[in-house]
Design a protein. Sequence first.
Length: 489
Amino acid sequence: MPDDFYGLGLSAKVTDAVAAAGYTKPTEIQAQAIPHVLEKRDIIGIAQTGTGKTASFVLPMLTLLESGRARARMPRTLILEPTRELAAQVHENFEKYGKNHKLSVALIIGGVSFDDQNKKLDRGVDVLIATPGRLLDQFERGRILMSGVEILVIDEADRMLDMGFIPEIEKICAKLPPRRQTLFFSATMAPEIQRLTSRFLKDPIRIEVARQNSVVETIDQKLVRVSNKPEEKRAALRQLIRGEVGLKNAIIFCNRKRDVATLARSLQRHGFSAGGLHGDMDQKSRTETLDAFKTDKLMLLVASDVAARGLDIPAVSHVFNFDVPTHAEDYIHRIGRTGRAGRSGISITLATPSDGKYLDGIVRLIQHDIPAMPFKAEGGAVETSSGDSEIRDRAPREQRPRRGRNGRDHAPREHAERPVAAQAAPTEAREPAPAKPQPQQREQRPPRHENDRPAAPAQHKPRREPAGASDSPFDGPVPAFLLRPGSGR
């Protein structure tokens, strides 16, 4: 393997840009893939995250694109990415390594205006980086002609499979010229992925730089047993974050998008520098949150699996799996956000009693157990179920609020987001309200909603009867002719 980039056959413009970026020695996949890409061979690259595979196709593509020029609506190269974040990251790589070139690069992703994208396409682009859905949308609108594509890159193919993009990939490949070079990258090779490569690649060179389904050895993996209760699980996460020595920043993964928002809000209200990242956010918010995390303005990034693959944030010290991933492969990609480029990292997975089958799948995949971390939950505080910051100290049993007949405290304990003015004050603190004439059609009914203030004991507040009522055995109001004169009824 060459000791530097100068022995790989790259142009002087590219090697100068690499040196200016501070890189001197290629990674294993870069050293193996770049010479074959320059020879215009099809490639299947199997490499896990953090191995530098993006540069393994960006650098040789820049060299190959030095000759020729772009034509309107006919990109010369096409790079497909499963998510907007990955597409934006590849775009950043072209800007960094292509600073000595005068190449036009366009980013075609959802969540942004069509107008700016159309202007670039009309001028002609050398490199088109796109997500499958938006690319097909632009093609159907007649904004893109794909007959001039010379190089196709399908990145994170296994993630494409997970997200259901394989039919779109097949449609796109069918619209490309058959005489093209195809570079195919994936962390794993499922049977569906193998069928795709056999259909669209010609005599490919297979490059595998790490054992399939392995994890980076520089990552210290830990397992923590926690409660199934969401509020106790959030409290355990906060305790772990506070107790981790050397935690500079961390990505916290949740399985569901709604849990991302809940957990991020909970951490913020407990004083942590945290932000959320999930697929339902608009592109502007996603970009701003990710940039804030990259520039250390945010310490904690709570994310769904949209951020689990390929994001190049080299200095992530910790990864927390707030939820155990339901797919074992996602565990590898999640914890691969730390321990990148030879750095050490720590991953901590919070497992509840119901996560047993998912943990078994992960252990079978990585072929070793995840060491259990000694952990004792701190007592004294419980978070409200809404995920907000209201904390109620656990009082001794004899000091706890007396419960009413319905089994609930006289004062509500939850619903922290309810305005203070809307909460009912204790019965003893109220002045008796003046009696008002009540309609005689029906008797006053007791409160039915579980959040209504329960009736106080009789010794504190006598029951008020509607005007005209008595202890008569009649079901309705007493007729006027039966009332005694001067009785006041």
